[in-house]
Design a protein around this ligand. Structure first.
Ligand SMILES: O=P(O)(O)OC[C@@]1(O)O[C@H](CO)[C@@H](O)[C@@H]1O
Ligand SMILES: [Mn+2]
Length: 439
């Protein structure tokens, strides 16, 4: 197989990668510092003077990190011993060894964007865990919570819609069921517009009822493989398999996670699946990504709502978890900088787990970058080729475009988009359902 193309990187001045490292990353660090500041009295109340000292330490570590980034210093190894520290440091060494010839060292604006961006979030985590007793503080929790509360109206609309649908689901014919499936897939796609790292942690929520906008948003779906997903799951259902397992590799908490839960609930209620396995992050990640705490917090919030249908959803979802129909997993691989084509070597247990699924849905932009290695692929090379050997089970990326990377387009499609909207790759305005697997 030909060598894959070069990685996206901050070396390309003016590129989205470059601008993310130059502008968005320092803003995210500043916001994290500010959040710690604002919680000072809370730390004091909880831990006394030790809490205040810890807050100072975490802030000084984050300020140092911001300075390293802004002055393009070498990427240094992690120091605090954790389950993933050796793997991280080995990966950094590996990158160092690739550069031996040229006398370079891995640096913020020089190394692959995927590596340095993941590294920044891993260093934020290191700063916090090096600062006990506040070492389990999530600097992004507030933004995630805010994005959920600001989307309340949409959440209520979706929960009400779902409850009505589930009540009459037995009466739907094949075609109606398929239409509902497509609707909820699109809700989950557009839910991905609401991530917080693109807006540098500023509010990003869903204020309008997205159900009413689906028709208008259709032209913005650049690759639409929803039919394949329907064929796959409806054939599984017809073959009366004892278990149909769908894996959802989660992205953002808040509104997007609600849309994923709505889809998951529908998959079970329609018997298109009978087990949903969710994969989340084990540490705070890319501002808004879902951790187990966010997962449980959200179900709790939905349950405690005083809106009848919203709270019914929360009760059902909590029950799905209790009964093992919904299973949450985390694995350190999701917060390593590796592209997914090396998962079978780096995390064979996770790869084997994913192989058990009949379908894997990968939510969001970062998952797409890792699926395709975050490389400068041509716009029309096949998705299968960009996956570079990563085929644990039939899979589909559900993502709005927020990075200068897209494969599998029709010849001429990218050129047309570029002419009509030069920002098409990075604003989250366009989306895809891109499938790879047997047809
Ligand atoms: O994975 P998500 O939540 O859809 O997006 C993550 C993201 O905002 O982070 C990076 C910018 O910092 C971009 O790759 C991408 O747009
Ligand atoms: Mn995200």
């Amino acid at each position: 197989m030909a060598k894959p193309p070069a990685s996206l990187s901050g070396q390309d001045v003016g590129s989205f990668a470059y601008l993310t490292i130059k502008d968005r990353a320092p803003q995210i660090l500043t916001k994290a510092i500010d959040t710690l500041h604002r919680h000072k009295s809370e730390f004091f109340e909880k831990y006394g003077e030790a809490g205040v000292e810890a807050e100072k330490k975490a802030i000084s570590l984050l300020s140092k990190l911001r300075n390293e980034l802004q002055t393009d210093k070498p990427i240094i190894p992690l120091v605090e011993k954790c389950v993933d520290t050796d793997m991280w440091n080995q990966y950094l060494e590996h990158h160092q060894s690739l550069l031996k010839e040229s006398d370079e060292t891995p640096r913020w604006f020089y190394s692959p964007w995927l590596l340095v961006e993941c590294y920044m979030y891993r260093r934020i985590h290191e700063a916090v865990i090096q600062s006990p007793p506040i070492d389990d503080f999530d600097v992004f929790k507030e933004s995630k919570t805010q994005s959920f509360f600001e989307s309340q109206e949409s959440v209520i609309a979706l929960c009400t819609y779902l409850q009505e649908l589930v009540r009459t689901i037995e009466d739907l014919d094949e075609n109606q069921l398929k239409n509902e499936f497509f609707k909820l897939l699109q809700i989950s796609l557009w839910g991905n517009k609401c991530d917080l790292s693109l807006s540098a942690g500023e509010a990003s929520s869903q204020k309008t009822n997205v159900l009413n906008s689906l028709q208008d948003l259709k032209p913005f779906i650049l690759v639409n493989d929803m039919e394949h997903l329907w064929s796959l799951l409806s054939n599984c259902k017809k073959s009366e398999k004892t278990s149909i397992r769908v894996a959802i590799v989660l992205d953002n908490s808040g509104f997007e996670l609600v849309t994923d839960f709505i889809l998951a609930d529908f998959l079970l209620s329609s018997k298109l699946a009978n087990e949903i396995h969710f994969y989340g992050k084990s540490i705070p990640w890319f501002v808004s990504d879902t951790t187990v705490r966010d997962f449980n917090w959200l179900i709790d919030q939905v349950k405690c709502s005083n809106h009848k249908w919203m709270s019914k959803c929360g009760v059902d979802w909590e029950n799905d978890v209790k009964m093992g129909r919904w299973v949450y997993h985390d694995h350190i691989f999701w917060t390593l900088p590796h592209e997914y084509c090396v998962m079978s070597q780096v995390a064979p247990d996770l790869y084997a787990e994913l192989q058990k699924a009949h379908l894997i849905l990968f939510k969001g932009d970062l998952n797409y970058r890792k699926l395709t290695g975050d490389r400068k692929w041509g716009f029309s090379i096949p998705f299968h080729e960009a996956l570079n050997g990563f085929h644990p089970a039939p899979l589909c990326s559900i993502r709005t475009l927020k990075a200068e990377l897209q494969v599998g387009l029709q010849p001429g499609q990218a050129e047309q988009l570029m002419a009509s909207d030069p920002t098409w790759l990075t604003t989250g305005k366009y989306g895809i359902f891109q499938y790879d697997g047997p047809l």
